[in-house]
Design a protein around this ligand. Structure first.
Ligand code: ADP
Ligand code: MG
Length: 249
C-alpha cells in the first residue's frame, strides 16, 4: 500500500484478529476504505461481518491488529470511544429508533446532545434531511406510525445528521418486507452519489453489485477474495467464492 493511499483513506484495518473465548472470529483482516468509496462485505451468516463492523464502532475490542479512522488509531486503549463514535454513523439490521421520540427528534438528538448544536439549527438541518429522504411530512410522527422501510430511512437520516466521516451499515434491509427493501437501497445509492464513504455488510448481492466499488468476501473470519463487483460476481477467482455465490442462486 502506498503512503499516499494510506494517508487518504478514511478507514484502514490492519491484521485484525478477534476471538470469542477459544473461537477465532476474525483471523487477520486487512481492509482499506478510501474517501467516497463504498465497500460491501459479503459472506455466510457467522462469517464475522457484524463483529468486524462492531470493532470499528468500538462495540467490540480487537485482540490483535490496528484500526485507523483517518489518522487516529482507534485500537489505542487510551482512545475516547465517544469521540470516535461521533465520527461514525451506524445503521443496524433492526431499526433502532427511539420509540418515545418523534422522527425529527430522533434525527436531531445526536447533533444536539453530542455536538451541542442549538435546537433551531439542528431542526433546520433535520428537516432538510427528512425532505431529502421524502419524509418531511412525518417529522412529528412517532416511529411506530411509520412502515419498516420508512423507519430504516429515518435511521439512515439520523446516522448522517452529524456528517460522519464513515457510515457503517449492517444488513439494513434484512428485517424488511421485500417490497420495502427498494426504497432503503435507493437511499443508500443516493448517499453514494452524494460522496458518502460506506462500509456495509449485505446479503443483497444485486445491491452490492449496483452500489459497491469493491466487494470483500469473508469466510470463517478471513478474507477469501476481494475485488470489483464485476470481478467477484462474474469471475470469482477462488473456489470458496464460487461455492458461496452458487448457493445463493
Ligand atoms: P455475521 O455478521 O457474518 O453473520 P457475526 O460477526 O455475527 O457474523 O458472528 C461471527 C461469529 O462470532 C459467529 O460464529 C458468532 O456465533 C460468533 N459471535 C458473535 N458475537 C458473539 C458473542 N458476543 N459471543 C460469542 N460469540 C459471538
Ligand atoms: Mg451479521
Amino acid at each position: 500500500m502506498s503512503e499516499q493511499a494510506s494517508a487518504g483513506s478514511v478507514l484502514r484495518i490492519d491484521g485484525v484478529h478477534k476471538w470469542f473465548g477459544d473461537t477465532p472470529v476474525l483471523r487477520g483482516i486487512d481492509i482499506e476504505v478510501a474517501r467516497h468509496e463504498v465497500v460491501a462485505l459479503i459472506g455466510a451468516s457467522g462469517s464475522g461481518k457484524s463483529t468486524l463492523l462492531k470493532t470499528i464502532n468500538l462495540l467490540e475490542g480487537v485482540d490483535d491488529g490496528q484500526i485507523h479512522l483517518g489518522e487516529t488509531d482507534i485500537t489505542d486503549p487510551r482512545i475516547d470511544a465517544d469521540s470516535i463514535r461521533g465520527r461514525i454513523g451506524v445503521v443496524f439490521q433492526h431499526y433502532n429508533l427511539f420509540p418515545h421520540m418523534n422522527v425529527l427528534n430522533n434525527v436531531t438528538l445526536a447533533s444536539r446532545q453530542v455536538f451541542g448544536v442549538k435546537r433551531a439549527a439542528a431542526e433546520k438541518r433535520g428537516l432538510e434531511l427528512l425532505e431529502r429522504i421524502g419524509l418531511a411530512d412525518k417529522a412529528r410522527e412517532y416511529p411506530d406510525r411509520l412502515s419498516g422501510g420508512q423507519q430504516q430511512r429515518v435511521a439512515i437520516a439520523r446516522a448522517i445528521a452529524t456528517d460522519p466521516e464513515l457510515l457503517l451499515l449492517d444488513e439494513i434491509t434484512s428485517a424488511l418486507d421485500p417490497q420495502l427493501v427498494g426504497e432503503v437501497l435507493d437511499l443508500v445509492h443516493e448517499l453514494k452519489a452524494g460522496g458518502s464513504t460506506i462500509l456495509m455488510a449485505t446479503h443483497e448481492m444485486s445491491f452490492a453489485r449496483r452500489v459497491a466499488d469493491r466487494v470483500v468476501f469473508l469466510k470463517g473470519g478471513k478474507i477469501i477474495e476481494s475485488g470489483t463487483p464485476q470481478q467477484i460476481f462474474d469471475a470469482p477467482r477462488e473456489e470458496e467464492t464460487r461455492e458461496f455465490l452458487s448457493r445463493l442462486r
